[in-house]
Design a protein around this ligand. Structure first.
Ligand SMILES: [Zn+2]
Length: 370
């Protein structure tokens, strides 16, 4: 006998929640969510706010977010990563604390805290392992530090996973149980929602979309390998290719836009030059979008998603990005997978970090309540 198609993912997901398999109830015990769950069960309507904290390399943004993804209040601060982790953690706690003590906010309304932080992260134990853009951080138990200080259960995810959850709960991916989120910006990252659950992999290292190899002998990537998607199609890769062409003396508007200064060349400049009809700039973008499309076709073949949500700065190019990606997915992926996938632009824009962090908190609570 066959199960109803629509019911299958839900059944599987609930079982995973209970067994602490994929939906990480294990983390809940480590960080003491169980006690929080009891409180929620006693007061089901009181806790309708989530405190999201987006910890970036240059900026910390925190906000109180309701269940529909509306930002009720927000605070921000510079990260000052170079001053070391104690200072950064202090600033982060101060920003969150200001939100909780602000006039008009009843702390009892806040259900939990979610943090989006640069990876790699051990989400189950709430430990930030060794993020490249936070110097001096090694195995920092950030979840525990925040929880002890603010007295609210705290969950962590890397920024790609958090953004995927944010788009899934509040943005372009609402209602999509099979969704791949990709951010194409200075780097390329992502997060996978499979069967309605965030997929972290065996050790939390899944969804490194930017580091799938596209060209084995291609340009060197920041991770040390060659020809990663990020080294071929990110904003950084586009700017690097433009710099190389300008340095070789290629006839292009980009040199003028950068006023002859190679270091000023950015992907945004390349995009502007391309819009102005510049042949070199158009070639650079064509090439980068082919690689991005190949990467997306690989994901479509691997995961057969219903929805591929692409966010990040490069999506400001609109059809210049989405048209070639769609074309290549249709050409390269298997017809059954290509025809099933809608490719769409992310909706949360610059708030994706903050709303993603709030979604991390909301998801942790939902997983606990089964
Ligand atoms: Zn790489």
């Amino acid at each position: 006998m066959f199960l109803d198609k629509a019911a299958r993912p839900r059944v599987k997901c609930e079982r995973q929640s209970v067994d602490a398999a994929l939906c990480s109830t294990g983390r809940a015990h480590t960080l003491g969510h169980s006690r929080e769950l009891n409180i929620i069960q006693e007061q089901p309507r009181a806790k309708d706010l989530f405190l999201g904290i987006d910890l970036g390399g240059t900026k910390i943004v925190a906000g109180l977010v309701d269940r529909e993804g509306r930002i009720v209040s927000r605070q921000h601060s510079s990260t000052q990563a170079s001053k070391g982790r104690e200072i950064v953690v202090r600033r982060l706690i101060d920003v969150a604390s200001q939100l909780l003590t602000a006039e008009g906010i009843d702390r009892k309304q806040v259900a939990a805290i979610g943090v989006a932080a640069p990876g790699p992260i051990d989400a189950r134990s709430g430990v930030v392992t060794a993020p490249p853009n936070l110097p001096g951080w090694r195995d920092v138990p950030l979840g525990r530090l925040i929880q002890d200080e603010l007295g609210l259960s705290t969950s962590l995810e890397n920024d790609g996973n958090a953004a995927a959850l944010g788009e899934h709960l509040f943005g372009a991916g609402r209602g999509a149980d099979h969704m791949i989120y990709v951010t194409a910006s200075t780097g390329i990252g992502g997060g996978f929602i499979l069967d309605g659950c965030l997929y972290r992999g065996a050790t939390g290292a899944a969804a490194e979309v930017g580091h799938m190899t596209i060209l084995p002998h291609g340009p060197r990537c920041g991770c040390g390998n060659r020809g990663c998607l990020e080294a071929l199609a990110s904003g950084t890769a586009i700017a690097r290719e433009a710099r190389e062409r300008v340095a070789r003396g290629a006839p292009t508007l980009i040199a003028e836009l950068a006023e002859g200064d190679l270091n000023r060349i950015s992907a945004e400049m390349v995009s502007r030059a391309a819009e102005g009809g510049d042949a070199e700039a158009n070639e650079i973008l064509d090439q980068a979008m082919i690689y991005l499309g190949v990467g997306m076709a690989n994901l479509v073949n691997l995961f057969n998603p219903r929805l591929l949500v692409i966010g990040g700065g490069l999506t400001k190019m609109g059809a210049r990005l989405f048209d070639p990606v769609r074309r290549i997915v249709d050409r390269q992926a298997f017809p059954a997978a290509a025809s099933a996938v809608e490719i769409t632009r992310a909706q949360l824009g610059d708030d994706v970090g903050l709303l993603g962090a709030a979604a991390v908190a909301m998801t942790a609570i939902r997983e606990l309540s089964g």
